[in-house]
Every structure is written in C-alpha cells, then in structure tokens.
Design a protein around this ligand. Structure first.
Ligand SMILES: CC(C)(COP(=O)(O)OP(=O)(O)OC[C@H]1O[C@@H](n2cnc3c(N)ncnc32)[C@H](O)[C@@H]1OP(=O)(O)O)[C@@H](O)C(=O)NCCC(=O)NCCS
Length: 170
C-alpha cells in the first residue's frame, strides 16, 4: 500500500530515509540525507508532501515530493485517483526515495516510483524529474529502466558529475 503521509507521520518518513541512506555512511561521501532533520520533512508538506509505502502494517519506503505550485492544490485528490487537466510547463520532482534494507529487492522502490508517476499524470504535470547519485552507488540504472533520460550533471564534494539530473516527459 502506498499513500501520502499525514503531517504527524513526518518522523516516520525521516526514520525510513535515515535507515535507507545509512549505508552511504561508509562511502567517502555520505549522502546529505543523513544530515537532514525532522524540519526538512515537515517543510515538504508545503511543497507537495511525503509518500509512505507499507508492507503489511509496517512503513518501509518513502519519497519526498516537490510539486509545481499550480498543481499543489490538487495533490490529495490526485493521489486518490482523480485526474486533472494538463498544465503546460508544469513539473513534479521527487527526492530521497528510500526503502529500508530489510525490504529491498521486493519491488517497493519501483512501486513507489510508479505511484509517483501516476500521481504526476493525474495532476496534469508535463515533466517528472529526479536527481540520482552517479556513483557510490550509481542509482541511474534504476531510473533509466523506468524511462527517465539524463539531462545533465552537477557537482558536489569536488566531484563534477556526482549528481545526475534525469527527467521523463509524461
Ligand atoms: C534505490 C532503492 C529505493 C530501490 O528500492 P528496491 O525496493 O530495492 O527496488 P525494487 O525492488 O523495486 O527494484 C526494482 C529494480 O531496480 C533494480 N535496482 C534496485 N536498486 C537499484 C539501484 N540502486 N541501482 C540500479 N538498479 C537498482 C532492481 O534490481 C530491480 O530490477 P529488476 O526488476 O530488473 O530486478 C533502494 O535500493 C534504496 O532505498 N536505496 C538507498 C537509498 C537510495 O539510494 N535512494 C535513491 C536516491 S537517488
């Protein structure tokens, strides 16, 4: 089951993200997700919201949405399946997609990504965007397998292309 989180579930999403990105602690450049606190997750509600995925009653996956402000008023209804007219030039992006290690490889990550894509289509977004690490680990194949293409790169930690910007036209 995948749904939008309620405001009082921000700490649940934070905890999943912390567990999801914990392994990068051992890399030379740990994910900046590990430095994020509750307020970052709470602020997401003003920008589009948080997604939670469940295995039975246990929350095991999350993602953070950033929705074009023209589409934001419809997010909750679109998440329930309602479809809205396409809005020219509108975008939905997401970040911090994470599944807890104990539930990896069970299809939850792809299911969350597909759920967000359906939400974006329902909202009338034209473009879906995501940033992925290019190394440590290389997450790009996960998105490319779902039809995302590479738009460009940006630097962090002195590595010129560590972030890959990907998008998908809907
Ligand atoms: C990336 C992540 C969300 C995938 O979640 P998951 O539930 O294990 O993924 P799924 O089981 O849905 O796998 C779907 C497909 O993607 C592949 N895949 C999973 N993780 C991948 C990765 N990091 N890179 C490339 N491919 C990956 C799987 O092998 C599977 O392919 P298959 O169907 O051909 O076997 C999870 O590994 C995670 O939380 N990673 C740590 C946080 C992170 O890096 N998030 C991404 C931010 S850009």
């Amino acid at each position: 089951m995948i749904r939008l989180a309620r405001y009082d579930e921000a700490a649940v999403a934070l905890s999943i993200a912390q567990r999801g990105f914990a392994e990068t602690r051992d890399y030379p450049n740990p994910s900046s997700a590990l430095r994020e606190g509750l307020e970052v997750f709470q602020r997401a509600f003003a920008k589009g919201g948080l997604v939670l995925a469940f295995a039975g009653v246990e929350a095991i996956g999350t993602a953070r949405l950033s929705v074009d402000e023209r589409l934001r008023p419809h997010v909750e209804r679109a998440a329930m399946g309602e479809r809205f007219d396409r809005v020219a030039g509108s975008e939905l992006s997401y970040a911090r997609l994470a599944v807890v290690p104990e539930h990896r490889g069970e299809g939850h990550g792809r299911a969350i990504a597909h759920w967000i894509e359906d939400l974006a289509r329902n909202l009338g977004a034209e473009t879906l965007r995501v940033d992925a690490r290019s190394q440590q680990p290389d997450n790009r194949p996960f998105y490319e397998a779902m039809g995302f293409t590479i738009d460009g790169y940006s630097a962090r930690y002195g590595i010129p292309d560590i972030r890959t910007h990907l998008s998908k036209l809907l």
